[in-house]
Design a protein around this ligand. Structure first.
Ligand code: ZN
Length: 330
């Protein structure tokens, strides 16, 4: 990894660089933010920078330390991930035995603890002892999406680094680099809610691709159904109950596209660029007011389902309300 290859998060990279170049590296950091925001990625880049022997453009990608880091064989970088569902006290005791051994090379050792909130109470207490008296050469980077599950005494001994969501343009660039087509990268970047990990997961999820096609073709069919027919054609929603959150996301994003296209007539602004004809069809049949109502109805359905409302009734009402928004009666 070279600094110039890191996409996005430039202010965070600058912050890391300032800490290193000014010699103000803390013994412990807490990278906090929702799942998929890039805590592990940025934590590893920070570790890579800390261990890089270059004095400029860290990580340089060419020094011995960077080469070792890239190959996953740096002797002074240790990553802890949950063993099963949690990080157990034995894992932390291993860390404590290792941390007292001086660096094998260079003058730093870096530990990265992923999903730190999964540490058991015993594990957290064991880590606390190390955080109270860390060796001068050691830096511990904790990552968590649930800061409330950590002991306040752990949090207070770490320098907090809240992670910011990424602009969709940066996520788009990440997906393009991973080999996605422009259309696909656009869809996943815009559906990721600023979470690059979510965008990557969606892009690898075959089920998501199938669901998206099914939901959008269902919307097409919905236009020609009578109300009573809708109630007979809910299998897509009944069979994919576990993925209803994703289905509602697909519906909302599609309807927002219809709204944006209705208001601007500009296809460049829409997310589902490969579904131009479907979006055009809806934007011809619905007024912007109706589209806004449909989006509100979908969000209402989401809230009701979260509150454990009757699944089938809620879905049927939502579909009827989408169908009812059509200006032309068939
Ligand atoms: Zn380097």
């Amino acid at each position: 990894m070279r600094k110039s290859n890191v996409i996005g998060q430039s202010s965070l990279l600058d912050r890391f660089e300032t800490m290193i170049s000014s010699g103000r590296v803390a013994h412990a950091y807490l990278l906090a933010g929702p799942e998929g925001i890039g805590k592990t990625t940025m934590g590893k880049i920070f570790a890579n920078m800390l261990l890089c022997t270059s004095s400029v453009d860290r990580p340089c990608g060419v020094c011995q330390s960077c080469m070792q880091f890239a190959s996953g064989n740096h002797p002074d970088f240790i990553q802890l991930i949950p063993n099963g569902k949690s990080i157990k006290v034995d894992d932390i005791l291993n860390l404590r035995r290792d941390i007292v051994i001086k660096p094998y090379q260079g003058n730093r050792k870096v530990y990265m603890v992923d999903d730190a909130h999964t540490m058991t109470q015993f594990a957290q207490n064991a880590l606390l002892k190390t955080l109270e008296e860390p060796p001068s050469y050691a830096t511990i980077i904790l990552g968590t999406d649930n800061i409330n599950a950590l002991l306040p005494t752990i949090i207070s001994r770490c320098q907090a680094i809240p992670m910011k969501r990424m602009p969709s343009d940066d996520i788009y660039a990440i997906l393009i680099e991973r080999g996605l087509s422009s259309d696909e990268a656009n869809i996943f970047a815009r559906m990721s809610e600023g979470l690059p990990g979510r965008a990557i997961a969606l892009s690898l999820d075959e089920n998501f691709k199938v669901l998206r096609e099914d939901v959008i073709s269902y919307l097409d069919n919905l236009l020609s159904m009578k109300s009573w027919e809708i109630l007979k054609h809910t299998a897509l929603f009944m069979d994919n109950r576990d993925d209803i959150g994703t289905i509602l996301d697909i519906l909302v994003v599609f309807m927002r596209d219809v709204l944006i296209y209705s208001e601007t007539g500009d296809y460049n602004l829409i997310i589902n660029r490969d579904k131009k004809s479907n979006i055009n069809l809806y934007s011809n049949l619905f007024t912007t007011r109706q589209i806004k109502t449909i989006i509100e109805n979908i969000e209402t359905a989401r809230k009701m389902l979260n509150d454990n409302a009757n699944y089938q009734l809620t879905i049927e009402n939502m579909l009827l309300s989408i169908r009812g928004g059509v200006k032309i009666c068939s």
